[in-house]
Design a protein around this ligand. Sequence first.
Ligand SMILES: Cc1cc2nc3c(=O)[nH]c(=O)nc-3n(C[C@H](O)[C@H](O)[C@H](O)COP(=O)(O)O)c2cc1C
Length: 365
Amino acid sequence: MPQTTLFSLYESSKLSLNNRIVMAPMTRQFSPNGVPTSDVAGYYQRRALGGTGLIITEGTTVNDKVATMDANIPQFHGEEALAGWKKVVDAVHGAGGKIMPQLWHVGMARVADKAPFPELPSAGPSGLFKPGKQGAEPMTVAHIEAVIEAFAQAAADAQAMGMDGIEIHGAHGYLIDQFFWEGTNQRTDSWGGSMANRGRFAVEIIKAIRSATSENFPIVLRYSQWKQQDYTARLAHTPSELEAFLLPLSEAGVDVFHCSQRRYWEPEFEGSELNLAGWTKKITGKPTITVGSVGLNDDFFGAFQGQGSETRAVDDLLERLDAGEFDLVAVGRALLQDPNWANKIKEDRMDELQQYSGKALATLS
Ligand SMILES: Cc1cc2nc3c(=O)[nH]c(=O)nc-3n(C[C@H](O)[C@H](O)[C@H](O)COP(=O)(O)O)c2cc1C
């Protein structure tokens, strides 16, 4: 591969990486009773050995009984699970990689009778999974405060075990995004209403994490316009709405924004080629991660139904990265399919790239 920013070192005051390739968080549900096993350590270690600069783990849940929707999703609390994660960190570091857990609360996406503690109702700002679909009473303020504290504790535990930062899952219609989105946040107190009020839950989480960890511990926030409940939903329709959304989050202490799109090449607003990560960097001045169909033709919505995708060239991605539109590039399915994806791109082994098979996730090592 000719000289490209993709394989240049990334250096910021809080984070240094061997290259710009980030493994996107992808849920797997291979952690019995929430405890990551040696299978999980091996899975991430293979991606680090394959040249991935930074691994963001699958979503791992904070300490709230209704944070998870499946007993096999790894949790990020409790002695056993944290000891399991410590082995994952050591395996990735041993392979020369860096790793951050994606801290997750699924909110109203949890179907109570299929989840641990089925007797407990799921949690959401207004108890809505989507507009018109009421599943529970609105969260109490005491519960909101307890969840903020749970995120802070998870971040402190992540730092103590040697993780290289944390990512807050604020995307795709899960709990934090249920606060962001007016479709699921119809509260009339200070946690709902205006854009600033809807952002307050995330702002308080960021501040609590900042005070529970040291100043140089990186905080990444992942967010998306689209929701699993409505692919066409948007938090911001214009650059100025996006600015109103982002600035309080940035000021609260986000170090890196991870901007989730289905296809990185799609412009976010009319009149500019910039994608969501491009706009986010321009507005906040903070580093950003782009994501969405890197190396693949079809987006990932069909992946859960076993849909595959052909490969796609990355030249347009490299041009945008070289131009400084964003700083880092997250790769999902291509890295699921092939742990050595990064090294193959670096060594120009394009003929060895595989299409995404869409096979059951269990069969991909
Ligand atoms: C199997 C699978 C699991 C996923 N799980 C998560 C998750 O836990 N957290 C998250 O933020 N995104 C999740 N995503 C979205 C990916 O992080 C990524 O944004 C998406 O797959 C687009 O990237 P790609 O086109 O390179 O696959 C998941 C995607 C897939 C395919």
